[in-house]
Ligand binder design. Structure first.
Ligand SMILES: *Cc1c(COP(=O)(O)O)cnc(C)c1O
Length: 289
């Protein structure tokens, strides 16, 4: 908040277009070359740039479903065809099925780890086995928006996987654990051709100076981050246990939310309609279309 207030006094000026100070901070923190870091207007903004750079009409983009709701939207905006691979019955990415869905038209694959909205994770061995099956000219985007909340030690750090694999790109955000969602800043760590493509597709001056300054201040306030994330994880576990005690089926979550399986919207509207019938005594007619 202090960094934001200080920065706000100069919003008559354009921000640093290259996000130099933030890139330097990120490069040091993750021990990667600054040329391998690219910032954007939230990691959704960076994901959209990745699609802009890699995919267009006739190309295919693979991701799990249900997963992050932005994937189908930004894929269609790029003109590419979404290829949605259903989660396993346990609500986990079906990496074998995703590998089998690869064709010579596949350009990019999203792996959301932990997955939004189920909170489930893929672990090191299965993810490495999957990456071994992906052709080297297909970009695998490891979306780690909830990385800081992971407590399962078998979940690999995407940045370690990126080091050995030129076709792996890691997405991180300041919107979740860092609490800067409204400021719109996220970043990618990727090898040179990918990071360079991200710099070319960035909206000029997209990341405000307030966001850049706040992100740097947040990176330097790590103790507070660890404390905040720690108490959230305790609460997450308490809520998960309490829901299970009530009889809900809640998958193991490594994110900052729990997935309540309520059934499809169709079933819900049917239930609502039957409640209305119950209270009014009238027939609901056609409710599910
Ligand atoms: C929230 C979220 C993001 C990032 O959001 P931004 O605010 O655009 O950084 C990316 N991926 C997933 C899976 C998310 O849940």
């Amino acid at each position: 908040m202090e960094a934001v207030t200080a920065s706000a006094s100069s919003f008559n000026r354009y921000p640093d277009m290259a996000c130099t100070a933030l890139m330097a901070e990120l490069s040091e923190r993750f021990a990667v070359p600054a040329s391998h870091v690219a910032t954007g207007t939230g990691s959704v903004g960076v994901a959209q740039q990745l699609l802009q750079a890699t995919a267009g009409p006739g190309d295919e983009v693979i991701y799990a479903w249900r997963s992050f709701e932005a994937y189908p939207i930004i894929t269609r905006i790029s003109g590419a065809t979404p290829v949605q691979v259903p989660l396993t019955p346990g609500d986990v990415h079906d990496l074998d099925a995703m590998a089998e869905a690869i064709t010579d038209r596949t350009r990019l694959i999203f792996v959301c780890n932990p997955n939004n909205p189920t909170g489930t994770v893929v672990r090191r061995a299965e993810l490495e086995r999957f990456l071994d099956r992906v052709p080297s000219d297909v970009l695998v985007v490891l979306d780690e928006a909830y990385r800081e909340f992971i407590r399962d030690t078998e979940v690999p750090d995407g940045v370690e996987l990126y080091r050995q694999r030129p076709n792996v790109c890691v997405l991180r955000t300041f919107s979740k654990a860092y609490g800067l969602a409204g400021l719109r800043v996220g970043f990618a760590i990727a090898h040179e051709p990918v990071a360079a493509a991200l710099r070319k597709t960035a909206v000029p001056f997209g990341v405000s100076q307030i966001a850049q300054d706040a992100a740097i201040a947040s990176l330097r306030a790590e103790d507070e981050l660890i404390g905040r994330v720690g108490s959230l994880v305790c609460e997450r576990n308490r809520v998960t246990d309490a829901l299970r005690d009530q009889g809900w089926t809640v998958p193991e979550t490594q994110a900052n939310f729990v997935w309540l399986r309520l059934g499809s919207a169709r079933c819900r509207s049917r239930r609502r309609a039957s409640r209305r019938v119950w209270s009014s005594g009238r027939s609901p007619g056609r409710v599910c279309g």
